[in-house]
Design a protein around this ligand. Sequence first.
Ligand SMILES: [Zn+2]
Length: 287
Amino acid sequence: MESNRAPEDAEARRAVKPVVCYETDKLPPVDMPLYSRARQKLQLVAEYTAPARDACAFEVPAGHFFRIVSVDGSQVGDLNLWSAGNLQERFFSGKTRQLHATHVSTGDRLWSNLPHLRPLATITHDTLDWYGWDADGAGVHDVIGTRCDPYTNHALRGLDYHHCCHSNLTRALAEYKSISLAEAELHIHDVLNVFMCTGFSLDTHQYFMKASPVRLGDFIEFFAETDLLGALSACPGGDCGSSHSDDATACYPLRVEVYRSSSDELASWKPAEINGYDRTHGTPSKN
Ligand SMILES: [Zn+2]
């Protein structure tokens, strides 16, 4: 397709200085020293396993920690989170990306959708934090991709594949909540791609993936800022170094570990509150 002719001042227009969209230093402060003290004394209280090419659902009480652990082989996980008492409140990957970055790590928070917009969880430890940004512009734990799904696969290849993360998460939620697949599917949302190494190509700005640097024993740890329901899929792409949405790649389970802090550091800690906006949207009342 022919593009339009650039104006005379095109270079000057391109050279305008970028401005970071959100002043994240004005967000409610994250008390990392508190979390750091609380996580010194952790007791394992529950364990769940997302089998290879499948998913598990799990609950984490407010004020508890949970970890996603690499236990068998290089494996990427797709994480969904909801407020345990209200499936309408769920992880908001897009706003989390805008507030933090394309990839998240220790100190970043996983925010919920509008009109709730509060931190559902805070990342308190990440054994892959050494990775940073590589020469391809890639990082680990992305909030730029969505979950692999059978609809995109069907559009691209004309095939039905039933173990994409979208389907795995749908089955896990349906079973855990005893609801139909059709109802559960509507609650599945864009994920945190745990351990996944991704970026946008420098030339065409296309979403790419490369083999995850995750090693056995690596984990990402979260603090639950409210009562959480989670679902984790062990992506059929395995380490996502070659393909996904098929059975071609070696695939491994992932473990979810839930911990209670036995220190009294959290005695006066309180769950995150729903966003304070009055929801009138410029009219006299919110109805
Ligand atoms: Zn996937």
